[in-house]
Design a protein. Structure first.
Length: 79
């Protein structure tokens, strides 16, 4: 699906989206920002990337800068 505003049900790279704060429900989200290795080389030097995840089962309202994917009725982002 093309870039746009979606309710994502997966972890998403922070640099690929913006949270739509006005659509966040009070108490309905527990948003965490995670930093994890993204790419490594043979010298064990890593490039890190930041991700956003909702720790409460549900979706995150985001404005995506990249394509997302629809699997049945669920919209996800590949890392």
């Amino acid at each position: 699906m093309p870039p746009g505003e979606y309710e994502i049900r997966s972890v998403i790279a922070k640099d690929e989206c913006l949270l739509v704060r006005e659509k966040l429900e009070m108490g309905g989200h527990q948003i965490q920002e995670l930093k994890a290795p993204y790419i490594g080389n043979t010298e064990r030097e890593f490039t890190y990337r930041r991700y956003i995840v909702n720790m409460v089962p549900g979706t995150l309202p985001v404005r995506c800068k990249v394509n997302v994917y629809k699997v049945e009725n669920t919209i996800i982002s590949f890392l």
